[in-house]
Design a protein around this ligand. Structure first.
Ligand SMILES: CC(C)=CC(=O)SCCNC(=O)CCNC(=O)[C@H](O)C(C)(C)COP(=O)(O)OP(=O)(O)OC[C@H]1O[C@@H](n2cnc3c(N)ncnc32)[C@H](O)[C@@H]1OP(=O)(O)O
Length: 258
């Protein structure tokens, strides 16, 4: 498969997608999003792939929606084509975990894309923000909702109302990112983390992801019940028997993904 605005490669059991529109700070134009959706689903459908890393450049993970592409759109255009939701949320539909490895700017739709991934590893150069208010609009790819769930109402509200960017330290402190790593080590760290996940039992990883995501979508009681059912289901897997036997026998497990 060949793409113009993204690069894809496999590293063992990890699928790596690099946003590659350097002259426009990886602004998320329609073509880029279309290509990204195809690449994400191709990796998700590939049984050899156990985790995906999504990254950008040193300067920008992504500086948001392509302002020049969308500036002339009318209300009728964006309403009729259900602009944003239709293509932008593909990353949330995958079973395979997706790690966002963010260096430089993750602004507007770029911040929203990172938040749609399963977790965010940030370089010490990362900057996150929802600056849509400064260009006369509001976040449209989930920013007001996901950012609020990550960092709480007060900080999210301040960021959305002022467009203020936060650096990696503030992002980690407020729970937006899982860890900060030196920029030069970001990709290797993300790939190592992805390889670790990809080495676990695939169906158990899917269950863990599905159960954790449920925390965002339901009540505590419902979420706990859902988790319990998946936990029970894991006991039907050969990999659960193998994992626990390996622990008892003091050896490494040999997961078969079944
Ligand atoms: C999803 C929804 C609903 C909305 C959105 O995402 S709206 C977009 C939100 N994002 C922004 O408002 C950020 C816009 N970009 C910037 O503020 C700055 O570019 C910067 C802070 C990221 C970087 O500033 P810097 O001075 O280092 O670089 P520039 O000269 O400004 O940019 C280089 C080059 O990239 C083009 N660029 C940057 N961002 C975008 C964008 N979002 N859309 C389209 N093009 C973008 C910028 O115009 C410039 O191109 P030229 O050299 O051709 O002018």
């Amino acid at each position: 498969m060949s793409f113009d605005m993204i690069l894809t490669e496999t590293r063992g059991a990890v699928g790596l997608i690099t946003l590659n529109r350097p002259k426009a700070m990886n602004a998320l134009c329609d073509q880029l999003y279309t290509e990204l959706g195809v690449a994400l689903h191709a990796f998700d459908d590939d049984p050899a792939i156990g985790c995906i890393v999504l990254t950008g450049s040193e300067k920008a993970f992504a500086a948001g929606a392509d302002i020049k592409e969308i500036q002339a759109k009318t209300f009728q255009d964006v309403y009729a084509e259900e602009f944003i939701t239709k293509k932008w949320e593909e990353v949330t539909k995958l079973r395979t975990p997706v790690i966002a490895a963010v260096a430089g700017y993750a602004l507007g739709g770029g911040c929203e894309l990172a938040m749609m991934c399963d977790f965010i590893l940030a370089a010490d150069t990362a900057k996150f923000g929802q600056p849509e208010i400064t260009i006369g609009t509001i976040p449209g790819a989930g920013g007001t909702q996901r950012l609020t769930r990550f960092v709480g109402k007060s900080k999210a509200m301040e960021m959305v109302l002022t467009g203020r960017m936060i650096d990696a330290v503030e992002a980690e402190r407020s729970g937006l990112v899982s860890r900060i790593v030196p920029a030069a080590e970001l990709l290797e760290d993300a790939l190592r983390t992805a390889e670790k996940i990809a080495a676990f039992s695939r169906p158990v990883v899917y269950m863990a992801k599905e159960a954790t995501n449920r925390a965002y979508e339901t009540t505590l009681a419902e979420g706990v019940r859902f988790e319990r059912r998946l936990f029970h289901a894991s006991f039907a897997l050969e990999d659960q028997k193998e994992g626990m036997a390996a622990f008892a026998e003091k050896r490494k497990p040999n997961f078969k993904n079944r």
